[in-house]
Design a protein around this ligand. Structure first.
Ligand SMILES: [Fe+2]
Length: 268
């Protein structure tokens, strides 16, 4: 009987974690993380080292179905995956080689939303978010997780050399747009042509969008400083920020590299 390699077990437990009922999902997710922590480039039959191409980021698709996707992102030294969202998703990141820096934000609880001055167009309302401390991750760091409440807006940089990480997301991006963001300050205008919300990659109704109509119903419970800047911490002393949608950054593009490791589709 053929021995199933680690990547096969990862696909199988991803299927158990993301395709089964809620009762066992948490246990299966922990089991999945424990397997992902062990994965290294040889498990995926992928080389380690500088890539040949000019693309800042390469992607290796290992498997994908509506419930989850497994792949690898390779980021060239000094390049980044720009700030983007994971609407309604759970995710796992495990560095395979190199070092990444993760800058992430959590969606804000409604009571902590402090809306900016009324000059903001409702069509361009920013998101109020908590800013997390940056995380530097290496192959020894274990898994970094994303949930709908934590880290679901993030940017990832390769620092000190090329870096690669395994990326598991549930559900997959099938039928879902990825939206790009940038930090925004209340004294900035939002009518710059690069910040419209009608770009094909932009969504205006994704589930993480907390910029709902409560902006107009007098629910502003926050503080705005005299200079128009929002206060940058909330009652829990968490640093807060604003994000606003932006177009797909022109200097960010990817190429696809064929996966040559153990095929896992039959284990999903
Ligand atoms: Fe991401």
């Amino acid at each position: 009987m053929e021995e199933v390699p680690l990547v096969g077990h990862i696909a199988g437990w991803a299927s158990r974690a993301f395709r089964t009922d809620v009762k066992s999902a948490e246990t299966n997710f922990k089991r999945l993380c424990s397997l992902v922590e062990r994965v290294t480039p040889p498990h995926l039959n992928m080389p380690v080292g500088p890539s040949d191409g000019d693309e800042p980021v390469s992607h290796i698709g290992i498997c994908e179905c509506p419930q989850f996707t497994i792949g690898v992102f390779i980021i060239q030294s000094g390049r980044s995956i720009p700030l983007h969202d994971h609407p309604g998703m759970t995710g796992i990141i495990k560095v395979l080689y190199g070092t990444i820096n993760i800058r992430s934000y959590d969606p804000c609880k409604q009571n902590d939303i402090k809306y900016p001055p009324s000059s903001i167009s409702l069509d361009h309302l920013p998101l109020r978010v908590y800013k997390n401390d940056d995380v530097t991750a290496t192959p020894e760091s274990g898994c970094q997780t994303i949930t709908v409440d934590s880290g679901c807006y993030h940017a990832i940089d390769a620092v000190g050399g090329d870096a690669a990480f395994l990326d598991i997301l549930s559900p997959s991006y099938i039928g879902v747009d990825c939206t790009y963001y940038k930090e925004w300050h209340p004294n900035e205008t939002t009518d710059h042509p690069n910040e419209t919300t009608d770009h094909p990659n932009d969504t205006t109704d994704h589930p993480n969008d907390t910029t709902d109509n409560s902006a107009t119903n007098g629910s502003d419970t926050g503080k705005v400083n005299d200079d128009g800047q929002s206060a940058d911490v909330n009652g829990d002393n968490r640093e807060m920020s604003w994000l606003i949608k932006t177009l797909h950054p022109p200097d960010f593009y990817t190429d696809s590299i064929r996966y040559t490791g153990y095929p896992v589709e039959h284990l999903m």
